[in-house]
Write a protein that binds this ligand. Structure first.
Ligand code: M6R
Length: 656
């Protein structure tokens, strides 16, 4: 969470910082700021709200300079106000800091700094850093940063500039990502590669407790004790266009549409002569053969991919597979058998704090760690014993779509690979599975080409929603009438409508969504519900359909929309029974069904049907994901939500 960017060189820093922040906005977008040094003066502009507010303020201010730091915030300590926005500064206004992470001992530090007469300008945990810098500064900025960092507990990525040193940009990190970008006569810092991709591809991944000291022509890395580290740059392979909307109205819909191509990329990279190969996986088969149980840890969408992985891995490997959310797993008694437990972490960003902590806890207990990751060179990738990349390309929308199906596909392939190592998958099964998986891109294309039906269902839902909203307005007529000025009355009504949209799920829970699925499609139900919640703020729950009778059925009347994931499968009839139970209670059902399924077409079974092409049940989650993503997207678009940047969320959750 929070994005950091910094520049030192011969060019104007402001546009570079703004572009960098735009590319990092997915990490947080509740306030932003920059500080720019021009000879021995530092100018700062901060604004609450989206980056466009900051941009407008900068344009007005006309600030300039060739050294600067910028920040886009996702609030942890302190509301998203201008005072809490970064950069932060101390009493002398000579030192400026941007920070991503959480300083866990900030309260103690603040108390002791206050006793030394420091006055605080914000409610953030970050501000202690800049006061410590001032306190420790005796003419050497690097030394002050080293001494400050030693006092901090928790996680941080820092960018530091000072009017005393207009030729220096400093950075430091612990448990929050930070990279150094190297240019000719200029250098950069950033939380993530896309921020500086249009400037350079040569980067150094800063390690924990390292300090970087950047000048225009030099970049040096030190330990916190001041010892020099010899760090080699790597060349990043990433297409800058892949981080743009490319004509789509949102990143989310662009990324949904990219899925057939992503699948093709994974399949062609991984399948060689009807065998699965993971060239970058540096785990020898002897170590893998020792494994007798698997533990998957992940968060959010990645957790749902892991949950589906349990079904797949257990079926193909015949060993127990547990799945846990990282935030629970890390604080539990982890049952790890040294060299016998394979821990698979799944993460798009490779930076999720809880997953990283779960990885480290498992590693300490002697587990073998294999990670399924999208972002190359991310912390999780680097700290694992083995890594397989999912080749999804940059995923910008906060709601994960293509990374989810890429995680699923990679886990299917991983299961086949491990099945070959363990000798539990016959050649016939392997070939058959690979044939089924190879059809995924075409089947996905078919779903995307026939999205008209999904749009209509979404439109219908939004219409019902708006009617309901209009009905609520009737209660307001008297209140509106009391405004003599009709413009004021309209303003009031509009404000009310907006609030009602945003809090709709909570205040008027008449149209919640219930997603039901069984077996491999139980995780699909969880994922469908998560997608809808994230981008529409409508209350939605995912359940194993067999659990309905144990509680959720009490919710059923004509108002909730119950989405039943029921492509042809061995449990098809069981799902039909669940649907009938819902219909018997006047429930409204939307079925995700196989094209040509006549039975489900019977009115008694479904009010709406979205068809998917025929697909083997075992690999159906790969296809089922798409209509669920599209449904959430079209409803969010119909309601007018901020799809790519939903409230309160950030793409990369680097704090626990
Ligand atoms: O980067 P990660 O895959 O580790 O992120 C995990 C979750 O934060 C993420 O999947 C989140 O739930 C998404 N916003 C879901 O769309």
């Amino acid at each position: 969470m929070c994005g950091i960017v910094g520049y030192i060189g011969g060019r104007e820093a402001v546009p570079i910082l703004i572009e960098g922040l735009k590319n990092l906005e997915y990490r947080g977008y509740d306030s932003a700021g920059i500080a720019v040094a021009d000879s021995d003066k530092v100018f700062m502009v901060k604004r609450s709200g989206k980056l466009k507010n900051l941009e407008a303020a900068i344009n007005e201010s006309g600030i300039s300079g060739s050294l600067g730091i910028g920040h886009t915030r996702w609030a942890t300590h302190g509301a998203p106000t201008e005072a809490n926005a970064h950069p932060h500064f101390g009493k002398t206004r000579e030192f400026f800091v941007v920070h991503n992470g959480i300083i866990e001992n900030h309260q103690q530090l603040k108390e002791s700094l206050k006793r030394e007469k420091c006055r605080f300008n914000s409610e953030t945990d970050t501000e202690v850093i800049v006061h410590l810098l001032e306190k420790f500064y005796t003419g050497d900025l690097k030394q002050a940063v080293c001494r400050t960092v030693k006092k901090l507990k928790g996680s941080f990525a820092l960018g530091v500039i000072s009017s005393r040193h207009p030729d220096l940009l400093l950075a430091a990190r612990r448990d929050s990502p930070l990279i150094i970008g190297l240019g000719k006569g200029e250098n950069y810092i950033a939380s993530d590669v896309p921020a500086i991709l249009s400037q350079t591809r040569s980067v150094i991944y800063l390690e924990n407790d390292e300090i970087a000291v950047l000048g225009r022509d030099n970049a040096e890395v030190f330990t916190v004790n001041g010892d020099c580290c010899n760090r080699r740059p790597v060349t990043v392979k990433m297409d800058p266009d892949s981080a743009s909307k490319g004509g789509y109205s949102h990143f989310m819909i662009k990324e949904i549409n990219e899925q057939p191509e992503v699948m093709r990329r994974i399949l062609s990279a991984r399948i060689k002569n009807n065998r699965v190969r993971f060239e970058e996986l540096k785990l020898n088969e002897k170590r893998l053969k020792n494994i007798d149980n698997i533990q998957i840890v992940a968060c959010g969408t990645a957790y749902h991919a892991g949950l589906c992985g349990k079904y797949v891995l257990e079926k193909l490997l015949k060993i127990p597979v547990n799945v846990d959310t990282s935030s629970e797993f890390r604080y539990r008694e982890q049952i790890i058998k040294k060299n016998k437990t394979l821990v698979i972490t799944v993460s798009q960003s490779g930076e999720t704090a809880d997953t990283l902590a779960a990885l480290r806890a498992s590693q300490q207990k002697g587990a073998l760690i294999l990670s399924v990751v999208n972002v190359v060179g991310s912390s999780i990738a680097r700290e694992s014993d083995g890594v397989v990349y999912i080749y999804a390309g940059p995923e910008i929308a906060v709601a994960s779509t293509k990374a989810y199906t890429a995680q699923l596909m990679t886990i299917y392939l991983l299961a086949l690979y491990l099945g070959e190592v363990f000798g539990t998958v016959s050649e016939r099964i392997r070939r058959e599975m690979l044939r089924m998986l190879a059809r995924t891109p075409l089947k996905m294309k078919e779903v995307l080409a026939n999205n008209g039906r999904i749009k209509r269902v979404a439109r219908d839902y939004v219409k019902r929603y708006n009617i309901r909203l209009a009905e609520q307005f009737k209660f307001l007529e008297d209140e509106v009438a009391q405004f003599k000025d009709s413009r004021k009355a309209l303003e009031f009504a509009e404000q009310w409508a907006r609030r009602s949209h945003l809090t709709y799920g909570r205040r008027f829970g008449d149209f919640p969504f219930l997603y039901l699925g069984r077996n491999v499609n139980f995780p699909s139900a969880l994922e469908g519900a998560l997608k809808l919640k994230e981008i529409t703020y409508i209350s939605a729950e995912g359940y194993a359909a067999g659990e309905m009778k144990h509680g959720p059925i009490a919710l059923i009347d004509e108002f909730p929309l119950v989405i039943c994931i029921n492509p042809r499968s061995s449990l098809y009839d069981k799902m039909l029974s669940n649907i009938q139970e819902i219909k018997a209670r006047r429930g409204t059902v939307l079925s995700i069904a196989t094209k040509g399924d006549r039975e489900i077409r019977k009115k008694a079974y479904s009010d709406y049907i979205i068809e998917i092409p025929p697909v083997n049940e075992f690999v159906s989650p790969l296809i089922v994901a798409l209509p669920l993503q599209l449904l959430a997207y079209y409803i969010a678009a119909g309601i007018g939500c901020d799809i790519d940047q939903p409230r309160n969320l950030a793409k990369s959750v680097t704090v626990e």
